[in-house]
Design a binder for this molecule. Sequence first.
Ligand code: FE2
Length: 373
Amino acid sequence: MENFALLNEDSFEESLGEILQVPQKNEKHTILLVDDEVNNLQLLRRTLRHDYNILTASNGKEALEIVEGKGKEIALIVSDQKMPEMEGTEFLKKVAGDYPDIIKILLTGHLDVDAIVDSINDCHLYQYIVKPFDPEELKLTIENGIQKFDLVNNKTVILKDLRELFYKTIKLIASALDAKDPYTHGHSLRVTMYSLILAKALNLDDTTLEEIETAGLLHDIGKIGIPQKILCKPGKLTEEEYEVMKSHPAQAEKMLMGIKKLTLISNWLRTHHERWDGKGYPQGLKGEEIPISGRIIALADTYDAMTSTRSYRQALSHETAIAEIQRCAGTQFDPVLADLFVKCSAEIRAAKEDPETYYPKYSYLQKEINNTI
Ligand SMILES: [Fe+2]
């Protein structure tokens, strides 16, 4: 458990460095040329070979096999329309389904407006060119197509990087916060993990899962403003000190509400010490007045507090903590959620014992990053 630090400053700086790196330029893009006329193919190859890696095929079927083998390596396709085995439009239509980012240019032998409009729609054509073509004009069209390809791909990469940066940053904040007190090491991450187990058992949608994960990681961020001597005091807090401590949910809201993406979450954070019976703080909200995420985090937070050693007491066993949650269902906790928490008890215990394995399993944000790589 002591080693449960999913991110430290060094790995954060490393990933920040990677993210801010300037993308490699001057790498040649790969273009696939498809034409059954050898002379045409040679002319195209001569025109383009200095600037691009060239692949060639003499019909749609052969070209499709190349696309299926090379996949994302190919940036752009120039295909003739009239070819044996498989026509250009049929081939490009198949490519459009599986590889929408590849730029597609069609060479047609004659100007048939209806056929061209249909193929632009069906194949998501970037451009069509009527034969005989001017090599310089074709070159320019390809250059523009490649620029569009780069733009779309860079946007995807930047969005993925920003998402990763956001996720790693909030994880780092959570770890740094927990590190302020040796007794709360790994607390925010475990609270997040238990909250996600509960949220998944409730079949909440993906957007809510992402928000609950963010809220779980940041739920105690307001403690940044609480003096260390109160936060880490070994004995009981005085009434005055307790009042200061109780300000942390409202401080969390104040800190995050200016960030557009976190406005809703900041409101949730304010509610994670409210109680179902209205005896919580800071507002004394009751029952369903408390947002569901606030009710979920309250359960996860209390379970983790009970099962962790504190300066003033040893950790309670999993069974004792679960019995306490059952006892407080309907007073401190939402009874339905408390019941579900007890039903998920085996999963929660397993996650508590091996958070390094279980956190990535439940993390929605981690899954999203992996999916976009
Ligand atoms: Fe808290």
